[in-house]
Write a protein that binds this ligand. Structure first.
Ligand SMILES: Nc1ncnc2c1ncn2[C@@H]1O[C@H](COP(=O)(O)OP(=O)(O)OP(=O)(O)O)[C@@H](O)[C@H]1O
Ligand SMILES: [Mg+2]
Length: 461
């Protein structure tokens, strides 16, 4: 969807299709997102002063923090990257490599923009590819002009040429029809390959793995001029695809792609820093991981705004929106270094999910578990249905299990559902069974045993 259409209410409405409850969090991200768009319409002198509403989502595990970000990313046409902050404390990560977040974001934006531009020229490229294939199938005759002709001879020559040309055009149009019908697909033509399909080689550098990559084609071309235009035989059907690809590449201006992409990252980029709680709280005592505070300090400049060099150019991160999230079981947001806290002015707490929420999560989201299992069993020719009582009972058991053991939020529904349906999932297909109705009694028959048995609960649920 276009940014313009995405009003805060619209964003929340879209998120509601997947995420139950958590209204505060949805509102906060919706406002932050809309403010990006609003900012772009503010007079320039003030525009630069308006900083993004970076957000920290705080809440127990399995309540929708990551899910919100995932759905948000599908919603907006903005470069969006999700990264686990804890990743940077692992062995092998030198602190400074946090810049790779931005490089990755630019890479995403470049392919996004390139795809958009390619699809904008699709029709034109398709036409050109078709003409080139027709040229190959039936090479047009070139007009040869002789020198020193009299006026009359010249006229004669032109008439002859026009006649040939018109015959040729007729044949070409016949071929075009055949081509459209696909009756020439198996014919073999010889295509001149002047662009290699770009095998790229990554050069490992101190700046990170992805900072440079080099088009081997360009290097080879430098060494061996002329050697690259090879001819290759292929079927017409393949030639069309190949020439379409190569024509679209010619029609898209790579410099424009780069510029648009960088601009898009700077103005609309969103970084989702998951598990930020894992880098909160002091220096880790021992062990191989990079100091957590160190990672925070490394992240700070990008979040505050700095220039990051990428292979497509410098990127200013001042207006990139950061959404962080964490369970903050052990540490608290106040354990983050003050400078970083200051950069996340908006804190939103997500709520533990209730059994009423569970019942909704089971059936309402577009990807709801009940919908998933119904579709799976449908492939075996079975219509499965769940009574209202059954749904309620499943939710009760999920809440119970979360109470008795660790609260893992909506993730509990996954285990409960697999246990509940195991029997059917194993026994299908069965020619005698085309309808299954799961009732409240069915649910309690299967789950009651497990939930009342301490050991079983621990190991199975
Ligand atoms: N509010 C919700 N509405 C619908 N589905 C939900 C909700 N919360 C969680 N889920 C489901 O549970 C799964 C786990 O949720 P999610 O990944 O968002 O957890 P999280 O809050 O990021 O937890 P963690 O702190 O462990 O990373 C999701 O894939 C989704 O299917
Ligand atoms: Mg998560």
């Amino acid at each position: 969807m276009e940014m313009k259409e995405l009003t805060p209410k619209q964003i929340v409405k879209e998120l509601n299709k997947y995420i139950i409850s958590q209204d505060k969090a949805k509102k906060a991200v919706a406002i932050a997102l809309r403010n990006r768009w609003r900012r772009q319409n503010v007079p320039e002198d003030l525009r630069d002063e308006i900083l993004p509403n970076n957000i920290i989502l705080i809440g127990p595990t399995g309540v929708g923090k990551t899910e919100i970000s995932r759905r948000l990313s599908n919603l907006v046409n903005a470069p969006f990257i999700k990264i686990e902050a804890s990743k940077f404390t692992e062995v092998g990560y030198v602190g400074r490599d946090v810049e790779s977040i931005i490089r990755e974001l630019v890479n995403l934006a470049v392919s996004q923009v390139r795809e958009e531009m390619i699809s904008a020229v699709e029709e034109q490229a398709r036409k050109r590819a078709e003409e080139r294939v027709l040229d190959l199938l039936f090479p047009p005759i070139k007009r040869r002009r002789k020198a020193n002709l009299t006026y009359e001879q010249k006229r004669q020559e032109r008439l002859e040429y026009e006649e040939v040309k018109s015959k040729q055009n007729q044949t070409r149009e016949k071929l075009r029809k055949m081509l459209h019908k696909g009756s020439l697909d198996e014919r073999v033509v010889e295509v001149k390959i002047d662009e290699l399909p770009e095998p790229r080689v990554e050069i490992f550098s101190s700046m990170g793995l992805d900072s440079f990559d080099i088009n081997m084609g360009e290097i080879l071309a430098g060494f061996m001029p002329g050697q690259l235009s090879k001819r290759k035989e292929m079927k017409v059907s393949e030639a069309i695809d190949f020439l379409f690809y190569s024509e679209s590449k010619k029609l898209v201006d790579m410099n424009e792609v780069k510029e648009t992409a960088i601009n898009r990252v700077e103005e609309n980029g969103i970084v989702f820093l998951d598990e930020i709680d894992k880098i909160a709280g002091g220096k880790s005592k021992s062990g191989p991981d990079v100091s957590r505070e160190g990672v925070q300090r490394d992240l700070l400049p990008i979040i505050e705004g700095t220039n990051v060099p990428t292979k497509y150019g410098m990127v200013d991160t001042t207006h990139v929106l950061f959404i962080a999230s964490g369970a903050f079981h052990v540490s608290k947001p106040s354990d983050l270094i003050p400078e970083l806290q200051g950069r996340f002015p908006i804190r939103v707490e997500l709520q533990s999910l209730t059994k009423e929420d569970f019942a909704k999560i089971l059936i309402l989201p577009k990807n709801a578990l009940i919908k998933q299992y119904t579709a799976l069993m449908k492939t075996e020719g079975v219509d499965v249905s769940f009574t209202k009582g059954a749904i309620k009972e499943i939710s009760n058991y999920a809440a119970m299990a979360n109470n008795k053991m660790e609260d893992i939020g909506a993730r509990r529904l996954h285990t409960i559902m697999t246990i509940l349906l195991e029997k059917y999932l194993y026994e299908l297909p069965n020619p005698e069974c085309s309808k299954i109705k799961v009732t409240k009694e069915d649910v309690s028959k299967i789950l009651e045993k497990i939930i009342t048995d301490e050991d079983l609960t621990k190991y199975i649920l």
